[in-house]
Design a protein. Structure first.
Length: 87
């Protein structure tokens, strides 16, 4: 709570990253060129969006993200990251 994030939300987020190494690698690639200010802005936006979700909704979103990431090739991931960096 000291970090401004609900502990249950943080646990679901950590589990999602632990259970989905490809998502973690993708996030690291995306953040590699971000400034600290951009990373903080993105983190706050994600926390704000997640704070309005129930624990069940968070778990459902994590499962959906995991299944989607499992179907993506590294080339598609790189292409998506590059297009996000351009916007």
């Amino acid at each position: 709570k000291d970090m401004g994030m609900d502990p249950d939300t943080m646990l679901v987020s950590m589990k999602m990253m632990k259970d989905n190494p490809q998502m973690m690698a993708t996030a690291q690639k995306l953040m590699s060129d971000m400034t600290p200010e951009q990373m903080l802005e993105q983190s706050k936006a994600a926390q704000e969006k997640m704070s309005s979700m129930t624990k069940e909704e968070l778990e459902q979103a994590a499962e959906m993200a995991k299944s989607q990431m499992e179907n993506l090739t590294p080339d598609i991931v790189d292409e998506a990251i590059n297009s996000l960096k351009e916007t």
